[in-house]
Write a new protein. Structure first.
Ligand SMILES: [Zn+2]
Length: 239
């Protein structure tokens, strides 16, 4: 019984399988640092947003302290006016101080109202901040988990790459020299596997374009590597 596939092609297919594995490892090692950078940027963004929200709260607290000081100094002013009143002798001076006292008392009332409003704002702000912080912490944990997973994967792949290269070298040494030369030529021209494809329904399995009947019949000879005239891949007859 005739062998269904050219045995030299079969060896190239084994080599291609090892090459694909190596290619996938190398591609992953290229993309993992980009993925890591993406998650690190998300973490930085998250932390910056929380820091900004915290700063806003602190500013409210500063405003509250300022108001508090304003109230205290207005109250001190009132005490001063009252002491002055004890010393003045003229009635119009006394009246003028009474007027100042009233104005300052009104100011104190306004400041105290503003302070109450601000304290409510601070309470609400603290509540919102605590909620936002909890949500942000959850997202941060997810990002950190993703980073850890990626780093583990990177370590695993780095550990596998030498073995994958050795596998490629081993299968290369088992290839027929002429077939290997053709394979290497395709590999130099194409960025990624497959480099070897079966003909299916008169079409190259790599580029899916129809191959000529000359090409197709050449693959049936199983005596030399045949290339797809469209994409350059090595094509073979499977049945
Ligand atoms: Zn093709």
């Amino acid at each position: 019984m005739m062998q269904s596939v050219d045995p030299e092609i079969e060896q190239l297919l084994i080599l291609q399988d090892r090459d694909s594995r190596l290619y996938n490892i190398e591609q992953s090692l290229k993309t993992i640092p980009l993925e890591l950078a993406k998650y690190q940027a998300k973490i930085a963004e998250e932390e910056a947003a929380i820091a900004a929200a915290h700063k806003e709260l602190q500013q409210l607290e500063v405003r509250r302290k300022d108001l508090d000081n304003d109230v205290k100094s207005a109250e001190e002013q009132i005490v001063k006016y009252k002491n002055q009143q004890l010393q003045v002798k003229k009635n119009d001076e006394y009246q003028a101080l009474t007027h100042e006292i009233e104005l300052t008392e009104n100011k104190v009332n306004e400041l105290e109202e503003a302070e109450i409003g601000l304290m409510l704002e601070i309470d609400e702000g603290n509540e919102q901040f605590a909620k936002a912080k909890a949500e942000s912490d959850e997202r941060l944990q997810l990002f950190r988990d993703e980073i850890e997973t990626l780093q583990d994967r990177e370590q695993t792949l780095k550990g596998e790459i030498e073995a994958a290269k050795a596998d490629v070298a081993k299968e290369m040494s088992a290839c027929n020299a002429r077939y290997l030369q053709s394979y290497e030529r395709v590999k130099r021209r194409r960025p990624k596997p497959p480099f070897v494809s079966a003909i299916e329904d008169h079409k190259c399995g790599g580029c899916h374009l129809k191959v000529s009947s000359e090409t197709e019949s050449a693959t049936r000879q199983k005596s030399e590597p045949v290339h797809c005239e469209n994409c350059g891949r090595i094509v073979y007859w499977e049945l």
